[in-house]
Design a protein around this ligand. Structure first.
Ligand SMILES: *[C@@H]1O[C@H](CO)[C@@H](O)[C@H](O)[C@H]1NC(C)=O
Ligand SMILES: *[C@@H]1O[C@H](CO)[C@@H](O)[C@H](O)[C@H]1NC(C)=O
Ligand SMILES: *[C@@H]1O[C@H](CO)[C@@H](O)[C@H](O)[C@H]1NC(C)=O
Ligand SMILES: *[C@@H]1O[C@H](CO)[C@@H](O)[C@H](O)[C@H]1NC(C)=O
Length: 353
């Protein structure tokens, strides 16, 4: 006699022998209580030449630059001291690397203000050949997010995708002729809830980034409008989310240009971007306060009280053909499986292993 389990799966197969698309299933939950265990702390000088002192985990904890509990992660910068040699801050890189993902960040607050240059991004070990995906990035008092890819040669983006943003630079190659040095391919948004003061004013929201074989797509959902399959579901489905902010595709073999991406959070000061745009014509409210970006950052500790990330959750989903784990939520239950199979699903226990 065959086991009843086999009988059931044969029955399921018979039922669903037709189209049964892969689904996203939780792979890693960077749960706040253990958040920093999943990252390494960058401890050398900033490759982007920022006016920053990146500190290690024990120093960051001892000086209050990082804190976490069961529900929130805080990553900030020194906001008590005059710092003539660069402001203490934190840059962390996930120990784990990914190939393709659906990366979901629930963010309550992000660093903002004159002198700052925060970023939430992913990068491969062999830059630029493994690619870089900048999901949240900006400087000073910018009102909106800048999304950018940086790659080796022969990767470009077009307007063919359906997205609300505007292409600023189409060539992702870091040394593309006719673009600024390391400009990469950039997409801008006019949505002022996606960055800085606007994001913080609404209690943030969720950034979801899908990297598959053909596209890199970024959605932002403000706090009041997060899809239910992200808040309660087990199998988030980007096809149901509506228009993204950006979609990078068109003239790029994504598979050839992106690999082994690690997740990074940082907040640097001045440096190659923020330091080079300290102009009254661009940021009058900042430049009115100091002659140079580094003067401002060194001498105004109070201004950096707002320069922090507050993270509610960070989750990585991967495509699987398996609807079984997990499958009991009111959203994301496998519509293809008969109830008797569905109810055998184990309770979700996914976490970083
Ligand atoms: C700096 O970081 C590297 C990589 O995480 C680590 O191996 C090294 O021990 C760190 N050094 C200091 C002084 O913290
Ligand atoms: C961390 O940094 C502090 C301050 O620079 C230093 O004294 C300490 O040795 C470092 N710890 C590790 C583990 O490298
Ligand atoms: C964002 O834009 C809206 C509409 O233009 C405006 O009312 C609001 O004040 C802006 N928010 C910020 C923080 O600038
Ligand atoms: C990649 O993701 C985008 C956005 O969800 C989607 O439109 C596209 O069909 C996906 N490509 C593949 C091969 O699944």
């Amino acid at each position: 006699m065959r086991s009843s389990a086999l009988f059931l799966s044969l029955a399921a197969l018979a039922e669903v022998g037709k189209a049964r698309p892969p689904v996203y299933t939780l792979e890693d939950d960077y749960e706040p209580a253990n958040f920093f265990d999943y990252f390494t702390f960058f401890n050398t000088s900033d490759p982007t030449h920022g006016f920053v002192q990146y500190v290690n985990q024990s120093a960051a904890k001892a000086t209050g630059l990082i804190a976490n509990d069961k529900s929130t992660v805080y990553i900030g910068a020194d906001h008590s001291n005059i710092t003539p040699n660069g402001r203490p801050s934190v840059r962390i890189t996930s120990k784990k690397a990914y190939n393709r993902f659906l990366l979901v960040l629930d963010l309550e607050h992000m660093p903002f203000g004159c002198g700052t240059w925060p970023a939430f991004w992913t990068v491969g070990p062999n830059w630029p050949n493994n690619g870089e995906i900048d999901i949240i990035e900006g400087v000073h008092t910018n009102p909106t997010d800048a999304m950018t890819l940086h790659t080796s040669d022969s990767c470009g983006i077009t307007n063919d995708g359906a997205f609300s943003g505007t292409i600023l630079t189409p060539n992702c190659y870091v040394a593309a002729p006719g673009q600024g040095n390391n400009a990469g391919c950039g997409i801008a948004t006019t949505n002022n809830e996606t960055y800085g003061a606007g994001l913080n004013a609404i209690g943030g929201g969720v950034y979801a980034t899908e990297w598959n074989s053909t596209d890199i797509t970024i959605w932002f959902f403000p706090r009041g409008n997060i899809p239910k399959d992200l808040t309660h579901g087990q199998h988030p489905d980007p096809a149901t989310w509506g228009e993204p902010l950006s979609q990078f595709q068109g003239a790029c073999d994504i598979e050839a240009h992106f690999a082994d991406q690690q997740i990074v959070f940082d907040d640097t000061f001045c440096g190659d971007w923020a330091g080079n745009v300290w102009y009254p014509s661009l940021y009058p409210s900042c430049t009115a306060q100091a002659a140079t970006c580094t003067d401002f950052v060194a001498n105004n500790p109070d201004a950096f009280a707002d320069a922090y990330w507050s993270i509610n959750s960070l989750k990585v989903y991967q495509q699987t053909s398996d609807w079984h784990t997990p499958g009991h939520a009111p959203w994301g239950v496998d519509p293809y499986l008969p109830k008797s199979i569905s109810s055998l699903c184990p309770i979700p226990t996914a976490s970083m292993g």
